[in-house]
Design a protein around this ligand. Structure first.
Ligand SMILES: Cc1cc2nc3c(=O)[nH]c(=O)nc-3n(C[C@H](O)[C@H](O)[C@H](O)COP(=O)(O)OP(=O)(O)OC[C@H]3O[C@@H](n4cnc5c(N)ncnc54)[C@H](O)[C@@H]3O)c2cc1C
Length: 391
């Protein structure tokens, strides 16, 4: 056998599993068809919990973001802020480069520009057919394969697993701009703009990341929708020159039904590990990578296939099922008039004394949570920040 584990894909899922397996002393190879960080599809919006999975260096991220604004199709907006919760926008090539260095430091081998063409299950492991540009295809043998090769997984296809069919299609641009002080995230809703999902404007280094994602349907294209949005908001955000445009697909139906076949396991987007509600995958992908590394390591020690009965952490599975149910409700009822109505009612209701008490607590006990704010409201924290008095 050439390796204990070969990981296909050097994205977040692949590099995290590679590092964790190498740290356990296994002989690990990670293959990616591109240079690491060369082709990026992800916006790079990290939720706070992602930092519990891996202590990413803070300098690879922009300023913390603690407020977001929802824009209804009719133009109503609702801005909320959290006293403690933070989003962070990553410099994704730098993050992946750092993860690759950490994996190599742990003892793993990473081969870039190596593409998996096919794989075959054998009695003792897996045989891989691999190619690099200009080279002849060659084979590798390994005891186990982790397919971290993204939403259109070649590993899953080679195993004959049913094709994942329900994707969100997303495209985004970085536009140069002077980012406004204390700027938050903006989410735009509307069936015409982003059917089944949303559009976003996110402050980033040197400008704003503006993107759109939705379900492909006749008459809608993400590229056209993005062009329309940019035309609409250019003056408002002072958008300038195009820095880059990128895009990709996001699995939107939750995990695949089968994640493991003999000595092959899918992880990350290849496994459909994206929140069906928010379409955010980074935190789940990292969580799943930890679980996958643990299971593979134990399996190689024990040869016990029963370990793979629960390839997802149970609490993650429950959360994904719940989010899937909420998404189904949203897709069924997300008519623009309903979103507009909701956006008229919710801010008014949230301002009433009764609801404020129920949600944000009395003066003696304050729950730290998202709080609606007026755009013109002072950013001075005061006692409206949700801090417990005397803290
Ligand atoms: C436009 C867009 C924006 C997004 N924004 C966010 C966000 O802001 N926050 C968030 O939480 N989630 C976001 N997501 C979801 C997020 O991208 C993913 O959940 C996460 O990045 C997936 O990581 P991954 O490693 O599983 O897959 P990927 O990042 O897709 O990595 C797969 C890797 O496998 C390699 N590969 C593929 N096939 C082969 C092959 N045959 N041989 C060798 N290598 C191969 C690819 O080159 C790639 O490097 C976004 C998705 C899209 C499409």
């Amino acid at each position: 056998m050439d390796y204990d584990v070969v990981v296909i894909g050097g994205g977040l899922a692949g590099l995290q599993t590679t590092r964790l397996l190498a740290m356990r002393g296994l002989k690990v190879l990670c293959l990616d068809q591109n240079l690491i960080g060369e082709v990026i599809a992800v916006t790079g919006l990290f939720v706070q919990e992602a930092f519990e999975e891996l202590p990413f260096p803070r300098h690879l991220f922009g300023d913390d973001i603690s407020r977001f604004t929802i824009h209804a199709p009719g133009g109503n907006t609702l801005t909320v802020e959290h006293p403690h919760y933070r989003f962070s926008v990553a410099d994704m090539p730098a993050v992946l480069d750092w993860m690759a260095r950490e994996a190599r430091h742990a003892g793993a081998e990473i081969r870039e520009r190596h593409r998996l063409m096919d794989l075959k299950l054998t009695d003792s492991g897996v045989e891989l057919l691999v190619q690099y540009p200009g080279g002849e295809p060659f084979t590798l043998e390994t005891r186990f394969v982790l397919g971290a090769d993204g939403p259109r997984s070649v590993v899953a296809a080679s195993l004959g697993l049913p094709r994942y069919r329900r994707f969100l299609h997303g495209v985004e641009e970085l536009r140069a701009a002077d980012v406004r002080e204390g700027e938050g995230i903006h989410w735009y809703f509307g069936r015409k703009l982003a059917p089944g999902y949303l559009a976003w404007v996110i402050p980033a280094a040197g400008g704003y990341q503006v993107g759109v994602a939705g379900h492909q349907r006749s008459g809608w294209s993400p590229a056209r929708a993005l062009d329309g949005l940019i035309d609409r908001i250019t003056d408002e955000y002072g958008l300038g020159a195009l820095v880059f445009r990128r895009g990709g697909v996001i699995p939107s139906r939750g995990p695949r039904p089968v994640l493991v076949k003999q000595r092959v396991m899918l992880v990350g987007d290849a496994a459909g590990l994206v929140s069906p509600l928010t379409a955010g995958g980074i935190h789940y992908v990292l969580q799943h990578a930890r679980r996958a590394a643990y299971l593979v390591c134990r399996y190689l020690e024990t040869d016990d296939p029963k370990l793979f009965r629960r390839p997802l952490p149970p609490e993650l599975r429950r959360r994904l099922i719940l989010k899937q149910a909420v998404r189904t409700v949203y897709e069924t009822f997300s008519y623009d008039w309903m979103v507009n109505l909701g956006m008229t009612i919710v801010p008014a209701v949230l301002k009433t004394r009764f609801v404020r008490r129920a949600f944000y607590g009395s003066s003696r006990y304050v729950i730290r949570t998202w709080k609606p704010i007026q755009e013109e409201e002072s950013r001075d924290p005061g006692d409206e920040t949700g801090r417990v008095p005397g803290e």
